[in-house]
Structures are given as C-alpha cells and as structure tokens.
Design a protein. Structure first.
Length: 291
C-alpha cells in the first residue's frame, strides 16, 4: 500500500498554497493525498453533554476547512485520491502522529493564527524539527513553487549519514523530469584552521578537492539508482547557509538532511536548516537522517 502525502490545513492562504503544491506533488509520485486539520475546539467551546445535538462553531469550521480543502485538491487534479479529517488535538501532535505512516508531511509557512510578518509559523518549525518522515515547508515565489526553474537543489554536508536527503532529492528530480544540483560548501583555510602547513592557495585548493571528493562519494549510490537524472555538482567556498540560500533562489525545491538525536528529542536543526526554513525563496524539504 502506498503511503499518503499528508498536508496540514487550517484555512489560511498559506495552507491553501500548500494544498495546491501537495496535490501536484501527489500526482507526480502517484500517491494518495490526505488533508489533516487539527484544533482543540473543545477548549474554546466547552465539552457539550453527550445527549446534546448542538455542534460548536469551531467544530463546524474545522469540518468546513477540511471539506473545502478536499474539494480544492480534487478540482485541481481529479486523478489524485484525496481524503481529509478534522481532529480534536493540537496541530503539531496530529501531524507528528501522522508522520510514521506518511510519504512526507507538507505544511504552509504560516498558519491562520500566526502574527503577520513572521518568517515561519510555529507549527511548521516544530513539525520540521520533530517528524520521523520528510517535512516539506511550502514557501517562496510562484515561479519557485510552480516548477519554473526545472531544478532541485540538495545540500550535501561534511557529516556522514546524509544519504536519505540525497535519495529524496534524486527521487524528486526524476519525478519532475528536471535537473538536480548537488551543493557542498567549503571554508577557506584563512577563516578556519588547517592541519597542514601549506601556502594559502595550496591549502584552499586542498579543501576544495576534499569537498569535491566528498560530494562525489555522497552522490554515487543514488546516481546509480537514478541514472536518468542529470546532476550538476557544485563546490562553493562560503558558509553553507548562505551558499544554499543563494542556490534556492533559482530552484523549485531545496532538500536538506537533519540528524536525529538518540531518544525522542527531535532533529538537530542547525543554522543551515533554520536559515532555509525562514528565508528560502523556494519550498524546503527537511529529511531525517540517522547519526
């Protein structure tokens, strides 16, 4: 059985944009789409006696949000199998609970109750930091969200264990029929200590060569599995968050790996992930990876 693509909806413009993106994504991968709206309406309306036939305004609103989202998705792409549900729990818990049985979780960048001008909604950030499956936060300009650049970008770090993000990026590029740009940032030894007593130019060249070799190693297996994907390799000097932010401006999706701590404390979302989630000009996929 195919795992569904799960998208969180709350009636906001941002979540409707996420629904549009998600139904297109589901069609690309041949997946069912499941819409989830979660709200503790009982907290606001009070628990009614079991014999009461009255329904709270929040409960009616929740069901309307789900129904309108399902209708919107079906009208956009009729061939996708779309379902939805309204749950009586907080949004973060509901989406995290759906994660183990989801292909990926999709959220908008800001929710209905978020303060205007916020860079990223609290629900999206919490889900990206704790989910056990890939989380895709939909943000950026129409041209990026709509596939106007024909490019997926994946950030490849120095740490081992990023194979999940790389495989996810290759699958996305193949499903979209677009190019994949794999980016690895490296730092100039004038800004970072080195083990070798070398002239600055030689030390910089050594760092770049190591970055290129590491990038090649990280891509090798996934490229064997997806030989039709056209891959462009880039090793760029500079801070990784800035390098990837620049690459994301001309991409349809940027994919990042995030390490999982031992236990149940969520992902280690470092500076790179936080920067992209708050400032990227295209949708951001955060893929859990083991340590």
């Amino acid at each position: 059985m195919q795992l569904p693509l799960v998208v969180g909806v709350d009636g906001s413009d941002s979540s409707l944009t996420a629904v549009d993106w998600a139904v297109d994504e589901a069609a690309r991968h041949g997946l069912p789409l499941h819409l989830v709206h979660a709200s503790r309406w009982e907290t606001y309306e009070g628990i009614k006696p079991s014999f009461s036939t009255d329904r709270s305004a929040e409960e009616v609103l929740a069901e309307h949000i789900v129904a309108s989202g399902v209708e919107r998705a079906r009208r956009r792409t009729p061939e996708v199998n779309v379902s939805g549900e309204a749950l009586t729990e907080d949004a973060v818990s509901a989406l995290l609970r759906a994660g183990p049985a989801a292909f990926a979780l999709v959220t908008g960048s800001r929710g209905r109750g978020e303060i205007a001008g916020m860079l990223l909604g609290s629900v999206s950030l919490a889900v990206a930091a704790r989910a056990v499956c890939p989380v895709i936060v939909i943000r950026g300009a129409d041209s990026n969200r709509g596939g106007g650049f024909g490019r997926v970008v994946v950030g490849v770090g120095a740490a081992a264990g990023g194979a999940g993000a790389v495989r996810f990026a290759f699958r996305e590029a193949q499903a979209r029929g677009c190019d994949l740009t794999a980016v690895r940032a490296w730092r100039n030894p004038s800004q970072e200590p080195v083990d070798h007593m070398l002239p600055a130019d030689d030390a910089a060249r050594l760092r770049e060569e190591r970055a290129s070799a590491g990038l090649e190693d990280a891509l090798r297996e996934a490229q064997r599995e997806h030989p039709r994907v056209d891959v462009r390799r880039r090793t760029v000097e500079g801070p990784a968050h800035r390098v990837l932010l620049e690459a994301a401006a001309r991409a349809d999706l940027v994919v990042l790996g995030a390490q999982r701590r031992h236990g149940h404390f969520g992902l280690q979302l470092g500076r790179v992930a936080h920067t992209l989630l708050h400032h990227s000009e295209c949708p951001v996929a955060v893929v859990p990876q083991p340590i």
